[in-house]
Structure formats: C-alpha cells, structure tokens
Design a protein. Structure first.
Length: 400
C-alpha cells in the first residue's frame, strides 16, 4: 500500500483562483456578448522585447550546429549571465558578490519551494497576512506547520511591525504582492537586526523591484548592512522582462549566510544549496539565459523599462481615477498592484460579484490572500492600456 504524504491533505483548497475562474466562466456563458476584462491575474501581457527575442533566436541557431551546440548546462548558471547580474543588479547599488553566490534557475517559484528544504522542519515561520500563498503552502507540503501570521492592515499601513516573539524563518515581499506596499531602509534594517538577534533567516522576495520608483526604497535587501549574514534574495525575469512563460530567475545565497546544527554549530547554506541544486535541478536552459543576458544590454534595459513604464502608467491611471470617485487605494506607485478598499464596507467576494455582474470586470478578492485581506480587492496593472481604461470607466460609471 502506497501511503500518501498527508501533509498535502493539510492544504486548504486552491479555492481562490478556481472560484474566480468558475464564476467568470459562468458569467460568460450567460452573457456571451459581454466583453469581460480581467484585472485579476498576476501575469504580464506585453510580448518579450526585440533585444531579448534576437538573443534567444541566436541561441536557438547555436543549438543547430555541432560547434556551438550546448547540452547540459552548469548548475549554477552560465558566467556570462551571472557576471551581468553582479554588475547591473548589485555593483551599481554598492553590493559585491562572488559568482558562486548567484544561482540561475527556471523561476522563483521553484526556488522558494527549494530553499526551505535546507532548514529543519521544526523551524517557526512568519508570513504576512495577506500573503502570496506559495510561502505558506510550500511549508505545509513539507510538514512545517509552525506558522505565525503578521497582520498587515490599514492601521499599520500594511507593514507589520517586528514580532515580539522568536521566529526562525521570515518571508518578506517588497514590493508586496498583494498589497503593493514597499519596505523602506529603516524597516529593512529592523528586520535584519531582528534576524541577527534571533539567528533567523529572511527569505526576501523582490521579484517586483523594477516597479520601484521612489529612490529611497531599496531594490535589494543587501543594500542593508549585515543582510548577507541573514538573507536569501529571490529575483525573477518574470515580471522584470516578461519571462513568465520563458521561465528564468536567480537566487542569491551569500557565503556569509549560516544556519545552525542542533548543537549550535554554524553551517554555510551556500554549499548546501549548491549540493541540493546539483541533485535536484538540471540547470536553467541556455536559450533563456542568453535572453536574460540581453536584458542587461543598454538596448535591453531601455526596452524593458518601456514595458514597465506602460504597466506603471496603467497603475497610475487606475489609482487616480478610482481615487477621484472616493475609493481608497493603496499600492500602485511602486508596484503593479492596487490594493483597493471595497466601497461601502462590502466583503471582498461581494465586491467581486458586483464588479463581474455589473461591469464585466474581474479582479481578485483580497480575502483570498488571508483573513486580513477581507474588505479589500486586488487589481493589477498588467492588462492592456485599452482594457484598463475601459474597465476603469465601467467601474467609475457604476460607483460615481
Ligand atoms: C510572480 C511572483 C513570483 C515569480 O515567480 P516565477 O516563478 O519567477 O515566475 C514570485 N513571487 C511573487 C510574490 C510573485 O508574485
């Protein structure tokens, strides 16, 4: 008899996005002539930029000739990409890394699930409420159930304060999905200090850093002194350069970073992560890595920033227009996400139903990200400009 891993039975149903889909499909069936606009999913809509496409075409051609064909890659990732990351993402911000501290992968999601394997099952975890569900669910799948929730509410501007209890693993996401808020230098300093005091590890998800427009907000946790001793950073080309379908990311595991044995002896996580990757991960595709390298060329930077500007203009437009009719809107300035307080104290799902049925607009109920999300609604700036304007005009007509 094959016994099931019962940790999986502890998971809540993946009910948020499936319910959204079911409700949307039902509506479409009943209203076949309505143009339903989705401002719900966290996926990009603009195509890859020309410079990236050219680089990937060239890489495909290399695969067609014996002299330039590449088979299994290097688990860590190719130097040509790692060197660019070190230079553009870090040296420019005053942070130095060696090549063996940057690990190229096929998306942050997999690495978020992977790094927690390096940490013992009885560690206590802190996540925010509301939260990107994968942080919680990947721990539950492993059987790590000791999870506390730090409330992100209007009262604390969606930035929970440092817990007054001990935890071992802390998830921080800045710019935040779903609330669109960012952590400033002072707040990050406090977390780094907390992690040092508690010998804890921060898992820092900054896949939306390219959306930061406020110059005082750090793009990397390593801009904070001492962070290398306590933090792993996750970056992705998904939102940065539209690689959601190509799959490309990198994770930084500094050599200073240690976890501890039962006897309190320090162990370098960098070596463990390399060991884990060489066993479980077959290296990221060469073609993707050539595409990612092109992101860092002068022309590549120019092109991806144009795309980000397009999304940021959508966000700004939504925020401005919704605020004009009296909506309270958080996020949307350093982030592609707007965290909208539902009008008239409606519940998240009530507001969802109203928008769907009366505007044919789909968003994401805040409560789907955690109890503290009740009464909020997430809208994304990733749709086309035309759809964004049309959706907003329908909402304005209904609520003005
Ligand atoms: C989109 C997203 C990711 C990125 O995932 P990939 O696997 O790199 O596509 C990671 N964290 C958050 C919070 C996200 O919204």
């Amino acid at each position: 008899m094959a016994s099931v891993n019962e940790n999986f039975l502890q998971l809540e149903n993946d009910y948020l996005f499936s319910t959204i889909l079911n409700k949307t499909n039902e509506y479409k069936k009943k209203n076949p002539n309505k143009n339903v606009i989705s401002l719900g999913v966290g996926d990009v809509s603009l195509p890859l930029v020309p410079t990236v496409i050219d680089a990937m075409h060239k890489a495909v051609d290399e695969m067609s000739k014996q002299e330039t064909f590449r088979g299994y890659g290097i688990v860590q990732g190719y130097d040509f990409l790692i060197e660019k990351i070190i230079e553009v993402e870090y040296e420019k911000r005053g942070v130095k890394f060696d090549k063996d501290e940057i690990f190229i992968a096929s998306g942050t999601k997999g690495d978020l699930a992977g790094v927690i394997e390096l940490l013992a099952i009885n560690n206590k975890v802190a996540v925010m409420d509301p939260v990107y569900p994968a942080y919680r669910d990947t721990n539950i799948m492993m059987g790590r159930n000791n999870i506390i929730y730090l409330k992100a509410t209007e009262e604390n501007n969606f930035i929970p304060s440092i817990p007054n209890e001990h935890v071992d693993i802390i998830y921080l996401c800045s710019p935040n999905n779903p609330t669109g808020t960012v952590l400033n230098k002072e707040q990050l300093k406090q977390w780094v200090q907390y992690a040092k005091d508690n010998k804890a590890i921060i898992l820092y998800d900054s896949v939306y850093e390219i959306f930061i427009s406020d110059d005082t907000i750090p793009h990397s946790i390593y801009e904070i002194e001492g962070a290398k001793e306590v933090a792993i950073e996750f970056r992705s080309y998904s939102k940065l350069a539209g690689f959601t379908g190509v799959r490309g990311s990198f994770t930084v595991v500094p050599k200073e970073l240690k976890a501890f044995t039962k006897d309190g002896l320090p162990v370098e996580l960098n070596a463990l992560w390399r060991r884990r990757q060489s066993t479980k991960f077959g290296a990221a595709p060469y073609i993707m890595q050539r595409g990612a390298e092109a992101v860092y060329s002068e022309q590549g930077q120019k092109e991806i920033k144009e795309n980000i500007k397009y999304y940021k203009e959508n966000a700004e437009y939504m925020k401005t227009e919704l605020e004009k009719i009296g909506f309270i809107v958080y996020g949307g300035t350093n982030s592609p996400y707007l965290w909208v307080k539902t009008p008239n104290n409606m519940k998240s799902w009530e507001f969802f139903d109203k928008l769907l049925n009366e505007c044919a607009v789909v968003g994401t109920p805040g409560v789907g990200f955690g109890e503290c999300g009740e009464g909020f609604f997430r809208l994304t700036a990733f749709s086309s400009k035309e759809n964004t304007v049309e959706a907003v005009s329908r909402i304005v007509k209904l609520f003005a």
